[in-house]
Design a protein around this ligand. Structure first.
Ligand SMILES: NC(=O)C1=CN([C@@H]2O[C@H](COP(=O)(O)OP(=O)(O)OC[C@H]3O[C@@H](n4cnc5c(N)ncnc54)[C@H](OP(=O)(O)O)[C@@H]3O)[C@@H](O)[C@H]2O)C=CC1
Ligand SMILES: O=C([O-])CC(=O)C(=O)O
Length: 318
C-alpha cells in the first residue's frame, strides 16, 4: 500500500502510518532518521515493544508506543496494526516469523530487516504470499544491482560471504563453555577463529543476530521468476503479483548455493562482510565495513540506513 498516493487530487495526502516491530538499536535509529518526514507531516510512527515500561524513559519524540506484550496502558499489537499502512520489522528472526505473515495476510506491506526469517521455507512462503507486499531490505550489505543482474542471467555459479565480527558479539547461549571461553580469550593480534562454515539456513539458526546478510545475499541472487517478470531487483517489494510461491522456490535454491563463513576476529574494529560471486557473468568481489550503529557498536550502522531507504521507497517518499 502506498498511502502517500491514495488521496483525492487537490487535498494534502494524509500521513502514512508506520508501525515499527521492535524498538532497539535499528528501530530507534530508523525513527531518528525519519524525523524530517514526521515533522513535515508525511509520517506518523508507532513502535511496538514486548515490554513497553522498559522503553518509556528512552522515548523518541513523535513516536508512540504499543505492545506485543501485556502492558495495559498502550495500544495492543492488533489495535496498532489496524491503524497501520506499513510495518517495519526490526525485532529479530523469531518475532519476524511470528508476526510478519499476519501482517502481509492482512494486506499490509512489510519491511523485513531480519531477512534471516526467509531461510525457513514455510515462513518464506507465507511472507511472500501477499496480499501485502514484502520489502526485503539490503541491510548491512549491498551491490545487489550488480549481483542481481548477474544472477538474473544465470551467470553465477558460486556465491560466498565471509562475515567477521568481534568475538564477544558471537557468543551464543547454546555454545559449550570451552567455545565461549575461547572467544572471550581472543585478544587483538590473535589469529581469527572461524565459528561457522556452511549454508545460510543453518548459519541463521545458530547466529540469528549476525548472519541476516547471508540470507539477504541469497535473496538478492535468487534470479528471475519468469522471462519478462519484474520480481527480482534491488530491494524490490514483492507480492502475489510477482509470484510469491515461485519466489520462495527460487530463494530455496539460492540458499543452497550461498556459502557462509562466520569469523571471530579480535581485530575487527568494524563488522566486515566480504562477498565473492563467480560464474559466466564474471568475478565480483565486494567488501563492506560500515560505521557501527550509534545505538549498538556490534551492529553495522548501515542496516538502519538501508531500512530507512526501503521505508521511503515503500511509501513513495523518495
Ligand atoms: N539485514 C541485516 O543486514 C541485519 C539485520 N538485523 C536484524 O535486525 C534485528 C534487530 O537488530 P537490533 O535493533 O540491533 O537489535 P536490538 O536487540 O537492539 O533490538 C531488537 C528490539 O526488538 C524487541 N523485540 C524482540 N522481540 C519482540 C517482540 N516479540 N515484540 C516486540 N518487540 C520485540 C527487543 O525487545 P527486548 O529488549 O524486550 O528484547 C528489542 O528492543 C536483529 O535481531 C537482526 O535479526 C541486524 C543487523 C543487520
Ligand atoms: O550488522 C551486521 O553487520 C550484520 C548482521 O548483524 C546480520 O546480518 O545479522
Amino acid at each position: 500500500m502506498t498511502p502517500a498516493t491514495h488521496h483525492s487530487p487537490g487535498t494534502p495526502a494524509p500521513p502514512a502510518r508506520v508501525l515499527l516491530l521492535g524498538f532497539g538499536a535499528i528501530g530507534r535509529h530508523v525513527a531518528t532518521l525519519l524525523a524530517p518526514e514526521r515533522e513535515a507531516g508525511l509520517l506518523r510512527m508507532c513502535a511496538a515493544e514486548r515490554d513497553v515500561s522498559a522503553h518509556r524513559e528512552r522515548a523518541v519524540p513523535g513516536v508512540e508506543l504499543s505492545t506485543t506484550g501485556t502492558d495495559t496502558d498502550c495500544p495492543t499489537w492488533d489495535e496498532a496494526l489496524a491503524a497501520t499502512d506499513l510495518v517495519v520489522e526490526c525485532a529479530g528472526v523469531e518475532p519476524a516469523g511470528e508476526y510478519g505473515p499476519g501482517v502481509v495476510a492482512a494486506g499490509i506491506d512489510l519491511v523485513l530487516t531480519s531477512v534471516g526469517a526467509l531461510a525457513d521455507p514455510g515462513t518464506a512462503r507465507r511472507l511472500l504470499a501477499g496480499p501485502g507486499r514484502l520489502w526485503v531490505t539490503n541491510g548491512a550489505i549491498g551491490g545487489f544491482d550488480v549481483l542481481g543482474a548477474a544472477a538474473d542471467s544465470g551467470g553465477l555459479d558460486a556465491v560466498r560471504i565471509r562475515t567477521s565480527k568481534l568475538p564477544t558479539s558471537l557468543l551464543r547461549p547454546w555454545m559449550i563453555e570451552t567455545e565461549k571461553a575461547e572467544l572471550r580469550a581472543l585478544r587483538p593480534g590473535d589469529e581469527p577463529v572461524t565459528v561457522f562454515s556452511g549454508g545460510p539456513a543453518e548459519a541463521i539458526e545458530r547466529f540469528p543476530a549476525n548472519v541476516n546478510v547471508a540470507v539477504g545475499l541469497a535473496w538478492a541472487t535468487r534470479g528471475r521468476t519468469q522471462p519478462g517478470g519484474d520480481g527480482a531487483g534491488d530491494g524490490a517489494g514483492v507480492g502475489p503479483q510477482a509470484g510469491g510461491a515461485e519466489e520462495a522456490e527460487l530463494l530455496q535454491r539460492s540458499l543452497d548455493r550461498v556459502r557462509v563463513e562466520l569469523v571471530a576476529d579480535p581485530d575487527a574494529g568494524r563488522s566486515r562482510h566480504a562477498i565473492l560471486a563467480t560464474g559466466d557473468a564474471g568475478r565480483f568481489e565486494l567488501t563492506f565495513e560500515s560505521a557501527p550503529s550509534p545505538e549498538n557498536p556490534r551492529t553495522s550502522g548501515l542496516t538502519a540506513l538501508s531500512v530507512t531507504r526501503t521505508v521511503r521507497e515503500a511509501l513513495n517518499l523518495t
